[in-house]
Design a protein around this ligand. Structure first.
Ligand code: CDP
Length: 255
């Protein structure tokens, strides 16, 4: 029997295991979700499989346009090989339209277009509920320096342009999303790359025509459908459903 892999970290939706070579990890996508009300099922069958595929799709797309990220290759239905990074303890949020926290804080109607994409940060801490922090906090507490922050904003805006375009092409509006950034070293040289995952778990996605939610807000409201329905719809439109990936699956254009 193969030796059990060493678990490095277990979070809400993913587990990280030691990878086959130094500097790599295996990222395992679980079905669990914290977005489902307690009285409903706490996991959504198939969500992990879809998010594994979707994160692969977006990270590969980013690689293709020269945005550095942690993805190396998918290993199986639920696992992908990634580069080990030192995660910066920030949730980097990019907003195109008002929703969620910014709508609440500023009294904006959900869906109001913002004057330009807005990048903001939360400090990663489940115990504290990921409080919003300013650049001043980030530099003062040493989580990142000013040069890092410039690089993070540049990365976040490139990811935003890429994702907004990809989603718009299949009739989906990217309202906002969250990414995480990691550090890697080549000798003494440090680089920042996109890490963690990109999936409907970390985006607000609304159908362009109907406004229907296709993200974790939909999960929050509806609870679990038979097979992660909103996520299945996103994957179907992008042509990345498990059955046709690698077999010439094409995005479905919504007219
Ligand atoms: O989602 P919520 O209203 O709690 O917070 P937000 O600041 O409005 O979230 C902005 C975006 O970041 C949404 O697309 C969230 O799904 C995403 N986010 C996330 O993926 N993980 C977090 N811990 C916080 C926000």
């Amino acid at each position: 029997m193969a030796p059990r892999r060493k678990k490095i970290y277990e979070g809400k939706a993913k587990i990280l295991y030691e990878g086959p070579e130094p500097g790599t990890l295996i990222q395992y996508f679980k079905d669990d979700s914290t977005e489902i009300p307690a009285h409903r099922k706490a996991s959504i069958e198939g969500k992990g499989v879809l998010n594994n595929r979707l994160s692969e799709f977006f990270m590969q797309g980013l690689t293709n346009i020269g945005v550095p990220n942690h993805f190396i290759r998918r290993v199986n239905m639920r696992e992908q090989l990634i580069r080990q990074v030192e995660i910066i303890p920030l949730e980097v949020i990019v907003r195109n339209f008002a929703a969620g926290n910014i709508a609440k804080r500023l009294g904006l109607e959900e869906g109001t277009p913002l004057p330009r994409p807005i990048v903001e940060y939360s400090y990663k801490s489940d115990d504290l509920g990921d409080p919003m922090v300013s650049e001043e906090y980030i530099v003062a507490f040493g989580w990142a320096n000013q040069q890092d922050l410039d690089d993070i904003v540049a990365l976040a805006l490139r990811v935003n342009d890429f994702l907004s375009g990809v989603f718009y092409g299949v009739g989906i509006k990217l309202v906002d999303f969250k990414i995480e950034i990691g550090r890697i070293w080549d000798g003494d040289f440090m680089r920042l790359i996109v890490a963690d995952e990109i999936s409907p778990d970390c985006c607000r996605l609304w159908d362009v025509k109907t406004g229907e939610k296709l993200d974790r807000d939909a999960m929050r409201q509806q609870g679990a459908g038979p097979m992660a329905d909103p996520y299945t719809e996103v994957a179907r439109r992008l042509g990345v459903l498990p059955t046709n990936v690698g077999h010439g699956g094409k995005p479905t254009l919504i007219n």
